[in-house]
Design a protein around this ligand. Structure first.
Ligand code: DTR
Ligand code: ZN
Ligand code: ZN
Length: 358
């Protein structure tokens, strides 16, 4: 009944109205064409980025999996799917991987998750360097900046080692589960489950990569000389810092020393006095004018305005920072597999900063 009433109420339009409608329609088509052209350009831009930057292709995969499953939080299908992707990539790189399962508590609820551990088949097992990034993200977010970026950079480093001819010293990689939960239970369980003292002592340094392509970035190296650190910084960490800063200096790349809030996975290692280091481009802290003079970007704006939000998607990164940091992670893995002299930790070094401390 309603339908016939409606039909009866339709009035035929005048010529002027029709011409107006035609213009509106033409405008709408033009707008649609523009949208299509922009979308096609954006798609081909994404395709171009993926082609020139394999690390970006990993981010696209993490984004697609998060879209399919909702997120990549510990204990979810999205985490499992991302983990399988990492495992496939490792297999392709010729590295065997295992899952390290652990339980943890979220308030009173017991939860289970796992980390993925992979290491080079060759190389002496008595002096292992570990590189890690957390694979999980906060619930309800694609979690690209935090921390698909670190996970993807680590995958690139692993695949570079897979094709490296000579490996003198073992390199071990970890994609940690559940870093976003209190006390980073994935890396903590790993360290606690090491069989004996030797296994812990064999780990000569741990390098952490949590947020390495923030949209308003600094090129940050964990500050091993941070007097305000909330924990003692293990001796030897200065060497790890210098290893990275020497690398950036050799490329003429400015860097700053960043404070570590000790909340990421490095903390599980500093507790056991393992020397640590890492790279960081920033979370929700505001970028200083000084940092803008060094790195560009927007002063007083957060280094990552979408930190821990649903908007932390594939558009929430800086491509240059991603490339710079991926090169640095890859350099660490490939160089330290050959030559550990840079990390000899017997003497406490008073390194001269070539960059600036924050
Ligand atoms: N807690 C990390 C992000 C983070 C913030 N500051 C630092 C310093 C060093 C490493 C990581 C971080 C997270 O949300 O995962
Ligand atoms: Zn993180
Ligand atoms: Zn986080």
């Amino acid at each position: 009944m309603n339908r016939s009433l409606n039909r009866g109420s339709v009035r035929r339009g005048s010529r002027r109205q029709k011409r107006g409608m035609a213009l509106v329609a033409a405008g709408a088509i033009a707008l649609l064409m523009t949208v299509i052209v922009v979308a096609v350009n954006a798609a081909s831009e994404a395709g171009r980025k993926a082609a020139v930057s394999p690390v970006y292709a990993h981010l696209e995969q993490f984004q697609a999996l998060a879209e399919e499953h909702g997120d990549r939080a510990a204990g979810t299908d999205g985490y499992e799917a991302a983990a399988q992707y990492v495992e496939e990539q490792l297999e392709r790189a010729g590295l065997e991987s295992t899952r390290h399962y652990f339980t943890f508590y979220d308030d009173d609820e017991e939860m289970e998750s796992f980390s993925i551990i992979a290491e080079t088949a060759e190389g002496s097992a008595e002096d292992v360097i570990m590189l890690g990034a957390h694979l999980d993200g906060v619930p309800g977010s694609p979690a690209i900046s935090d921390n698909a970026t670190g996970s993807a950079a680590l995958l690139e480093a692993a695949s570079a080692l897979g094709t490296q001819d000579e490996i003198k010293h073992k390199v071990r990689f970890a994609w940690w589960g559940a870093e976003e939960y209190r006390r980073a239970p994935g890396s903590r369980a790993y360290v606690e489950d090491l069989d004996d003292e030797d296994e812990l002592e064999n780990i000569k340094a741990y390098l952490n990569f949590d947020m390495v392509a923030s949209p308003n970035p600094v090129i940050g190296v964990y500050d091993a000389k941070d007097d305000d650190a909330s924990q003692d910084i293990p001796e030897g960490s200065v060497k790890v810092m210098k290893f990275f800063t020497d690398y950036f200096d050799s490329r003429g790349q400015p860097w700053v020393a960043t404070g570590w809030d000790m909340s990421s996975d490095q903390r599980s290692f500093t507790r056991e006095d393992v020397p640590v280091g890492g790279l960081f481009t920033g979370s929700d802290e505001r970028k200083s004018r000084k940092d803008v003079r060094i790195f560009g970007g927007v002063a007083k704006a957060p280094r990552d305005p979408n930190y821990h939000t649903p908007n932390d998607d594939i558009s929430n990164i800086d491509m240059d920072a991603l490339d710079i940091m991926t090169d640095a992670v890859t350099h660490a893995a490939t160089e330290l597999a050959q030559d550990r002299s840079a990390l000899k930790i017997s003497s406490v070094d008073s390194t001269e900063d070539s960059g600036t401390a924050e």
